[in-house]
Every structure is written in C-alpha cells, then in structure tokens.
Write a protein that binds this ligand. Structure first.
Ligand code: PLP
Length: 397
C-alpha cells in the first residue's frame, strides 16, 4: 500500500495551478492578449544584468569548479558572502556557519519544520497565509493553527495570537511582505508579536521558534522598511529565497539563517543539517550558489511592479472595488463582490479575468490578483473589471 497522504496531495493540483491551466487553454482558444491571467506569482521582470554577467564569468571556469557537489550546507565562500551582506545591511554579526544554502524558500521551510517539530506539536501562522504551509506542516505530522486576519489593515491580531499559543506550540511562521495581501508587518506589529513570544516561552519554559519566510523582502515600495526579525527575537530562523528578488524561481536557490543565539543552538544547527539530509536538500545548486554570491546585494528593477500596483489600485478603486494597497510583494488582495469568492471568480471568468479565490489563504471573501504581469495586461483588463462590477450592480447576488 502506498502513502494515501502523498497520493491525495499528488492527484489534485492547487487551485492556483488549476486556474493557470485553464488560462493556458483559454489563451489558445481566444488569443493571449484577451485573457487577463492574474493567477501565478511568477516574476515578470528580468533577472538583473549582474546575474547574466556572473553566469558568463562562471562559464569560463573549469567545469569542476562550477558543477561539482558543494559541501552539504553550501560553498563556504558563498555562505561567507551572504553572511557579510546581511551584516552590512542589517547590522548583524553572522558567520558562514550561520548560513545553510537550500533550494529556495520551500526547501528552507521544509528543512526548518522537519528539524524543529515532532508529531502532535503545533505551528501557528496568520491569515492570509501561503497555502503550502498547511501541506508542509502536516507533512511532518504537526498541526497548523491559523490566526484569523486582522481587518482592515491585515497586520497581526496580537490578542488572538496570545490566546492561541498552547504548551504544544513550537513554531510560529510569519511571511512579510505577505503573499497574498502585499502587506508588510510594521515594526509595532513585530514588537508586539515578539513580546508575546518571549512571554509565552517563559511561561511554558520552552522556546517557541519564529520562522520568517522572506522571498519578498527586497520587493517593497515607497521606502517601506521590513524589520529584520533576528534583531527583535533571538529564536528566529530566516528562510530566504532568490526566486523573487533576483527573478530566479526556476533555479531553486535560497538559504536559512541559523543565528548562534537561537535557543538550543547546539542541537538545532545539527538538526537543520539532518533535516536537509533526510529531505535530500543538501548541496544546493552549485552554479547558482556562486551566481548569488556575486550578486549578493542586487535586486531586479522593481519599478515595473510598482507601476503595475499603482495602475491596478487606482483603477480598481475608481471602479468601486475595495482592496488593501500593497506595500510589497506583487499581489493585491481585493474584496470579492459576494461572500463566496469561488463563485465570484467563476463570474470573473466570463470576462476572462482569472483571479484566485482567497479560501485557501485562510481568509474567505477575497481574491488574490498577481500583478507580476505586463503593464498592458493590467491596462487592458480594466474594462473587464468594469463589466464584472456592472454585472453585480445589475444582477444583485
Ligand atoms: N513562501 C511564499 C510566501 C511564497 O510566495 C513562495 C513562492 O511563491 C514560497 C514560499 C516558495 O518560494 P521558493 O520559490 O523560494 O521555493
């Protein structure tokens, strides 16, 4: 008998993937430019020129210097370059030993969860949240508890969080800038969160680890600052990815930061190495380890995302939709025009608007709009959004 759990996970695709596949079929039928596909979070800006330059330089080296296995936690020079960059940017004092190279944020989170959790323990996250967290947490036999969204600003409901922590709570996951809301948690939110974490860890006499999922750290607008969480809470593990900051999602490259001051460091650090081993995430892609080391302080030109955000927010507000203005990432969270977001998305399809219902993000009644698309798609989609609104005005649901 095979694993029923894996069978079920593998035999149905995510809602996002289903909508994306529908979009491909629809584009083949009526033409690419007539379908407004806002389903996927695939970066639409190119990787910075420094990435191409780094790849070309590396191609001049003997193959064994570029394509060989690195040590399991990553190339020491790469890890040192990353630690130095974090120290420069966030006033930290990391060394290469604090950096574990991985295949992106998905791998980083899976490694951390596997390393920290035993079956029956609990993880808390905050709605709206990235739906794969449920798969990953349940995959290690733990339970995911979701704190409902705090409206209207989508920050964190500190009181609800404090009440939800139990003696079994081992891990808390935060994602800022957030997928799907685009919200950046303010310093005040982070301070409140960390005060509660410290208080509850003391009360229960056991550390609660904070995992911060940061693929969008570099994608922020209007000089918004994203607090660096190790500065606020000692028991923080940072899961970083270059998928979005360097537009390299297919190359599967990122890292985990394991600070020296984390509780039980002498066990946590080897457990991270062990989890990476069990999951087969050792020796992250060699070429791209070296590429990111050469581009360690770079980011793609995000001005196109900002322009898209502004056109979209202004256009939707003008039509009469309610949405949270994103401060980062490339997602916009918009209130559906009826309670059932699935039904709303089905109606939107009539106008070839492909939106993602918010139920799997733990916050029903909204849709996610991924605006990592061309500016033309956003501009051309506005009449379709107008028609959708008109449909609700004339045929009240
Ligand atoms: N976490 C969040 C919030 C994401 O949005 C994504 C990807 O979209 C991931 C993790 C996984 O990213 P990666 O490509 O680095 O595995």
């Amino acid at each position: 008998m095979i694993s029923q759990e894996c069978y079920e996970l593998g035999s149905k695709s995510s809602v996002i993937r289903e909508i994306f596949s529908y979009g491909l079929k629809r584009k083949a039928e009526i033409g690419e430019d007539k379908v407004y596909d806002f389903s996927l979070g695939n970066p639409s800006i190119p990787a910075p020129e420094s990435v191409k330059k780094a790849i070309l330089e590396l191609m001049e080296l003997p193959p064994e210097k570029v394509h060989a296995y690195s040590p399991a936690p990553g190339d020491p020079k790469v890890r040192t370059a990353i630690a130095d960059s974090l120290n420069r940017r966030f006033g930290e004092s990391f060394r290469m030993e604090n950096i574990f190279m991985t295949c992106g944020a998905a791998a980083s989170l899976n490694i951390c969860l596997k390393a920290l959790l035993n079956a029956g323990e609990e993880v808390i996250t905050f709605a709206p949240f990235f739906p794969e967290y449920r798969v990953w947490v349940e995959g290690v036999g733990a339970t995911l508890n979701v704190i409902p969204a705090k409206l209207p600003d989508f920050q964190i409901d500190a009181a609800a969080f404090g009440q939800a922590i139990t003696p079994k709570t081992k891990v808390v996951i935060v994602n800022t800038p957030n997928n799907p809301s685009g919200v950046v948690y303010s310093e005040e939110t982070i301070k409140n969160l960390c005060t509660i974490l410290k208080k509850k860890s003391e009360e229960y006499g056991a550390p609660i680890y904070l995992i911060t999922d940061e693929p969008y750290r570099e994608i922020v607008y209007d000089d918004i600052k994203v607090p660096y969480l190790t500065k606020y809470y000692d028991n923080t593990l940072v899961c970083y990815s270059y998928s979005k900051s360097l537009s390299l999602p297919g190359e599967r490259i990122g890292y985990i930061v394991i600070p020296d001051r984390i509780a039980d460091h002498e066990h946590v650090a080897p457990a991270i190495a062990g989890a990476a081993r069990v999951l087969g995430f050792v020796c992250a892609p060699s070429l791209f380890q070296q590429v990111v080391a050469k581009c360690v302080d770079d980011t793609g030109d995000i001005s196109a995302y900002k322009k898209n955000r502004d056109i979209l927010v202004d256009g939707l507000n003008r039509i009469g939709y309610t949405c949270v203005k994103p401060q980062g990432a490339f997602y916009l969270f918009m209130k559906a025009l009826e309670e059932d977001a699935y039904a709303f998305c089905e109606r939107a399809k009539k106008f070839d608007l492909l939106l993602v219902p918010s139920d799997d993000f733990g916050c029903p009644g909204y849709v996610r709009i991924s605006y990592c698309v061309s500016e033309k798609t956003i501009v051309d989609s506005m009449p379709a959004f107008e028609k959708l609104m008109e449909e609700y005005r004339t045929n009240a649901v």
